[in-house]
Design a protein around this ligand. Sequence first.
Ligand SMILES: *Cc1c(COP(=O)(O)O)cnc(C)c1O
Length: 399
Amino acid sequence: MTDDIPPNLVRRTPWPSSVSRAVGTPLQPSVVYASETPDQLDMQYQGQAKGYTYAREGHPNAEVLASKIDALEGATGGLIVGSGMAAVSAALMGLLQTGDHVIGGDQLYGRSLRLMTQDLNRFGIATSLADPTDVAAIAAAIRPQTRMILVEVVSNPTLRIADMEGIVRLARQRGIIVAVDSTFSTPRAYRPLEHGADIVIHSVTKLLAGHSDVTLGYVAARDPAQRKAIYDFAVTVGLTPSPFDCWLAERGLFSFHLRYDRAEENAARLADHISGLPGVKRVLYPLRPDHPDHNRAAALLGSRGGNMLSFEIEGGRAAANAMTRAMPEIAFAPTLGDVGTTLSHPATSSHRAMTHDARARLGISEGFFRVSVGVEEIGLLTRDFSAGIAAARSADRVD
Ligand SMILES: *Cc1c(COP(=O)(O)O)cnc(C)c1O
């Protein structure tokens, strides 16, 4: 009975040959790679022959994606990892050791703050937070053991602009590593390595991949020894990206420039539109003259104000509920960088762990919203936000 089972069923069938080539990037999910001989494998491990061995140590789809982001950032040897937080973790934990001190911006991404305040301390790494818009505050936080400063160029959700020039100058004088999480600004607006930073980090999940269907991160270091330390740590603890996610992210990147430019244009126009609506207390957009850091934004980012804006409406939670309910086509979701516009409410999401007073100090009330502007027709966006903010106003009056 078993005679009719093809003898080669478990053997891989050779890939069909073709005189024409695929235009799309091949997706390679293989976990392992076969070498011809022990001699050849030896040469691969010695770096004398280029060859993949085991996917946790690297695979073609990750390499294709990394080289694309490298080109955008002016970096070499960038590493793709399984999430933006994997990239932050690899940079910090790959380079710091017991006894070191690291300074973080006081408005870092929530999980980065948590890594700084809850996890690094368990490994004997001391941390402090300071305001990166104020270089004197960063200087005051420096200790003899300070090894690294981690900042974001544009903060979440108040879109404050870090004093990158001042921080880089200060760090250079003291031999301190500057690591920049550039997720909000993207290489379209600011390339940290070109401005003297040592490490650049991205949540590729956001604008770079751009379609809310991929969770990935990227980290690149200027110094080869730091690059190797980050790589070794990432491979050891298994921060491996999935080939399929890398493949999707590469596809997302093909349209990154187009999406970014359109979303940025929309954001500037939507910020102006929202600021003129009744019931709006303030609008935050880095290039608007009423933004607290607009001069620095213009100096650092040029005309690249980005796709993010925030605004505050009058009223409390009831007004906020009425607003999101009245604009169902704008996804109320705690993310950013999607091709479509999304709306988030920091008081119940990214900043919910903070006390009411701490939030109030940042200006984050129940009426405070952050918008990640997408590439829709601007007329759709102005219509939806007008409707949402009008509904909030009615609800506020009823309260
Ligand atoms: C989202 C985000 C991260 C974390 O990225 P994940 O891909 O979700 O792990 C880190 N930094 C910033 C600024 C982010 O917006």
